[in-house]
Design a protein around this ligand. Structure first.
Ligand code: NDP
Ligand code: 2IT
Length: 443
């Protein structure tokens, strides 16, 4: 058995109770096999065995008191996966589904994503099984304070810098930062996605969605096409989805859907962003509210957006939200490009179907890397104690996304899999991390 398959089989057997982690592991290890085979020194150094094991994982209890005076207990996580190329960097997710499998899959993906940005950041992820939905601001604040009271012990501006993810946005980062500062007495760049008044970077809020669209446009451009005039389906209606819709519309696309876990809205006129932002960013309401404000839109409960005909699909909600059936529907309806705003939204079967049917497919670790890349730009500004303009950050973001496209497409060609950006992104991300691990010895 090959070295890659041996490590994959042993790790997947050992962690068979962590399905999302095993899924990410399978996709990455299969893709990088040719690069591993042409570097036999990796096996001698047990490089893959080290790569698939987090350097450190912390699990902690988070007790807090709700508005009724009842004590609640949640579970917090921080997985510090790989620091070969820089301090651990990656978001925090607050969602009831959070467990070790989900945090490990996200942390593992983050290693290669962060490498692809070209910036010096290692991979990590964290979160809690706390559900911010329906909680008051005070409850969210008390939870964040309790969470940080443990988390601060393992993070720092030069060791591990968390940020947002599902359920963690500007409000949560503010409360987390306040508690970190209170405990340590230090005002430093220990979190990214901060508010602009206390060290945040302009364009970080927009970065993941904008970056997704910059990469999509570059991918289309290199194939003689563009977003102009295209019908686009977007899933989700959170941070990534909203700013992907904004940038896609700026580039002349018509985005006809948005969704949340209750269903989706279809708006033949194109999504009205002002209304969507009001419903989601201000009212924190369900997506059906959009259709109440906008008479041309229909709300379809309990369904996914992929049944709506589109030319370009941008999944921006969560893992495994697009399966083989959805992929078949999209291809049948004429979809030519899929770019993942979310982390691992397509199942392995769906991904394989897109590739087999010549759909241009940009995997999440490349397509959504603009968020973490801009987080790294926030870290640079914090370290240098300077502030860049929106235009400066946005221009760097666009450059980074175009470079990611270049590196993943070049790696795909080098390994004789032209336009297979899954292989390209995984190999390009992996080789830099492998090189750094080899240089640093057995640690
Ligand atoms: P938000 O919390 O802002 O929004 C998440 C959206 O996805 C909501 O519309 C939510 O609906 C929906 N969603 C979440 N979980 C589920 C579920 N289990 N089933 C159906 N819908 C769901 O998160 P973000 O926009 O920040 O993140 C979205 C995706 O993008 C995630 O995969 C995240 O890991 C990824 N990502 C985020 C980055 C960032 O900078 N924020 C960077 C790179 C990737 P509901 O409210 O009903 O739960
Ligand atoms: O998945 C991701 O890349 C993020 N949630 C953003 C991480 C970050 O550190 O900005």
């Amino acid at each position: 058995m090959s070295y890659v398959n041996d490590v994959l089989e042993r790790t997947a057997t050992r962690y068979n109770y962590q399905p999302e982690f095993c899924q990410a592991l399978t996709e990455v290890l299969h893709s990088i096999a040719p690069a591993v085979e042409s570097n036999p020194q990796y096996e001698k150094a047990a490089l893959l065995e080290r790569l698939v094991a987090p350097e450190k994982a912390t699990v902690f209890r988070v007790p807090w008191v709700d508005d009724n005076g009842k004590v609640q207990v949640n579970r917090g996580y921080r997985v510090q996966f790989n620091s070969a190329i820089g301090p651990y960097k990656g978001g925090l997710r607050f969602h009831p589904s959070v467990n070790m499998s989900i945090i490990k899959f996200l942390g593992f993906e983050q290693i290669f994503k962060n490498s692809l940005t070209g910036l010096p950041i290692g991979g990590g992820k964290g979160g809690a099984d706390f559900d911010p939905k329906g909680k008051s601001d005070n409850e969210v604040m008390r939870f964040c304070q309790g969470f940080m009271t443990e988390l601060y012990k393992v993070i720092g501006p030069n060791s591990d810098v968390p940020a947002g993810d599902i359920g963690v946005g500007g409000r949560e980062i503010g409360y987390l930062f306040g508690q970190y500062k209170k405990i340590t007495g230090r005002h430093e760049g220990v979190l990214t996605g901060k508010g602009l008044s206390y060290g945040g970077s302009l364009a970080r809020t927009e970065a993941t969605g904008y970056g997704l669209v910059y990469l999509t446009e570059e991918m289309l451009r290199q194939h003689g096409n563009s977003l102009e005039g295209k019908t686009v389906a977007v899933s989700g209606s959170g941070n990534v989805a909203i700013y992907a819709i904004e940038k896609a519309q700026k580039l002349g696309a018509k985005v006809v859907t948005a969704s949340d876990s209750s269903g989706y809205v279809y708006d033949a006129e194109g999504i009205d962003l002002e209304i969507l932002k009001k419903v989601k960013e201000q009212e924190r309401a369900r997506i059906s509210k959009y259709a109440e404000y906008k008479p041309t839109a229909t709300f379809v409960p309990g369904k996914r957006v992929w049944e709506v005909p589109c030319t370009v699909a941008l999944p921006c909600a969560t893992q495994n939200e697009l399966n083989l059936e959805d992929a078949k529907t999209l291809v049948k309806n004429g979809c030519i490009a899929v770019a993942e705003g979310a982390n691992m939204p397509s199942t392995i079967e769906a991904t394989d179907y897109f590739l087999a049917n010549k759909v241009l497919f940009a995997p999440g670790k490349a397509a959504n890397a603009g968020g973490v890349a801009t987080s790294a730009l926030e870290m640079s500004q914090n370290s240098a104690r300077i502030v860049w303009t929106f235009e400066q950050v946005d221009e760097k973001l666009k450059d980074i996304m175009e470079n990611i496209y270049y590196h993943m497409s070049t790696a795909a060609e080098t390994y004789h899999q032209k336009d297979n950006f899954v292989v390209g992104a995984n190999i390009a991300g992996f080789l830099k991390v492998a090189d750094a691990m080899m240089a640093q010895g057995i640690v």
